[in-house]
Design a protein around this ligand. Structure first.
Ligand code: FES
Length: 135
C-alpha cells in the first residue's frame, strides 16, 4: 500500500509536476517569467536550495565547530603543546596575574586582553592571580 503510493508519486505525480514547472532554459529567461510562473517556480527553487544547503551543511558546521573549539588562536602555534613554568621564588612582586584566555600579547602574563574578549563574546574568563606572602 505504502510502496504503491510512493511508486505513484515518483512515477506519475513527480514527473507531471516537473513538466509543469516553467523553468527557463537561460538566465535571461528568468526575466521573462510572469508573476504566476514565478509562484509556480518558487517551491521548486526552494527545494533545490534546501537540498543544496543540506549537502554542504556538514562541511560548514564542521569548519565552524573546529574554529569554536580552538582556545589558543595564535600563541606559539609551532609547538605541539604550550607549557609555561614559573618558580614562585622568582616572582619579583607579591602578586602576579597569568593569562588563562590565551589572548594576551605578553603571554603567559595577563595584559588585560581578556576584558576585550569578554566584551566581544560574552565570555567570562580572567587571569590566574598568584600571591606571594611577604616574609
Ligand atoms: Fe588573558 Fe588576562 S589577558 S586572562
Amino acid at each position: 500500500m505504502v510502496l504503491d503510493a510512493l511508486a505513484r508519486i515518483v512515477k506519475v505525480q513527480l514527473p507531471a509536476y516537473l513538466k509543469r514547472i516553467p523553468l527557463p532554459s537561460s538566465l535571461h529567461g528568468f526575466t521573462q517569467l510572469t508573476v504566476v510562473e514565478w509562484l509556480r517556480l518558487l517551491p521548486f527553487l526552494g527545494v533545490l536550495a534546501l537540498l543544496g544547503y543540506l549537502a554542504i551543511r556538514p562541511f560548514i558546521s564542521r569548519k565552524k565547530q573546529q574554529k569554536d573549539s580552538l582556545i589558543n588562536l595564535k600563541i606559539q602555534k609551532e609547538n605541539p603543546k604550550v607549557v609555561n613554568e614559573i618558580n614562585i621564588e622568582d616572582l619579583q612582586f607579591t602578586t602576579a596575574a597569568y593569562c588563562r584566555c590565551w589572548r594576551s600579547k605578553t603571554f603567559p602574563v595577563c595584559d588585560g586582553s581578556h576584558k576585550k574578549h569578554n566584551d566581544l563574546t560574552g565570555d567570562n574568563v580572567g587571569p590566574l592571580i598568584i600571591k606571594k606572602k611577604e616574609v
